[in-house]
Design a protein around this ligand. Structure first.
Ligand code: PEP
Length: 261
């Protein structure tokens, strides 16, 4: 992992903490798990459901922890019933937003074009997008890693200029590895490195070398403390996106500690 860049450990809590007591329980256990633990070069980014963003910001205060949202709309304000704008997220304390998660592509029909509108709107509002790209099981079977990632990269980042690319975090998240809970559903270190090299190549091709050096590339998909060395450290990634394991505060902190070593 590059020593110059702060590593990122992003929690995607998804649609959890349905009941107030579940949230209180998570806060209490997280505070306990985090007590006495110093992270020197790792930032935690907590992305709760919109409705809990303010509670997280009020409850958890640490220089090493930032907050984000799991999605945003592509307009900043107006008659868009039910939507949340990037400006709202930013002005209520969020600094990051996940864009292009495969679950939104799957259940909400988000296309690369829609994701591109969201990325652009997020940047405009001063948020750092965490852009998820990666192949699904069928595409993997047909050896389509190169074409899928190239298309997603180019279309989702369309019109994102050289001056803004450093604000993007790219998450390589193979869809087939999300919440898989099976050992053979985890990419090998080499497979993750291959995806990283491809993303690096695209960055250098589309933007100049020195600018692209600032872009952090993280890994997402079934990360737990037991495999984080393999999928992050050994693969030279700049951090991880954590779904299921982020609901377990001790496990989540352990992942961050391992990366920070
Ligand atoms: C995710 O969906 O972004 C994710 C990383 O989930 P999990 O860790 O549960 O695979």
């Amino acid at each position: 992992m590059s020593t110059k860049k702060e590593a990122l450990v992003v929690a995607n809590f998804k649609m959890n903490f349905n009941m107030r007591y579940e949230l209180q329980h998570w806060f209490a256990n997280f505070i306990k798990a985090k007590k006495g633990i110093r992270l020197d070069s790792t930032r935690l980014i907590l992305c709760p459901p919109f409705i809990h963003l303010s509670s997280f910001i009020k409850k958890i205060r640490s220089k090493q922890i930032s907050f984000g949202a799991q999605d945003c709309f592509w307009e900043q304000k107006g008659a868009f019933t039910g939507e949340i704008s990037p400006t709202m997220i930013r002005s209520f304390g969020g600094k990051y937003v996940i864009a292009g998660h495969s679950e939104r592509r799957r259940y909400k029909g988000e296309t690369n074009k829609i994701i591109n509108y969201k990325v652009t709107a997020a940047l405009k509002a001063g948020l750092q997008p965490i852009l998820c790209i990666g192949e699904n099981a069928r595409e993997k079977k047909h050896d389509m890693l190169f074409s899928v990632i190239t298309k997603q990269f180019k279309e989702c980042l369309y019109d994102v200029g050289r001056s803004r690319i450093k604000d993007i975090i790219i998450c390589y998240e193979p869809v087939w590895a999300i919440s898989a809970n099976k050992p053979d559903h985890l990419p090998t270190t080499d497979e993750i490195m291959e995806a990283k090299l491809l993303i690096k190549k695209l960055l250098i091709q589309e933007y100049e070398g020195p600018v692209s050096e600032h872009v952090r590339i993280i890994y997402g998909g079934s990360v737990v403390s037991k495999n984080v060395s393999e999928v992050c450290i050994d693969a030279g990634m700049d951090g991880v996106l954590v779904g299921g394991a982020s609901l377990l505060p001790h496990e989540f902190v352990k992942i961050a500690q391992t990366i920070d070593l």
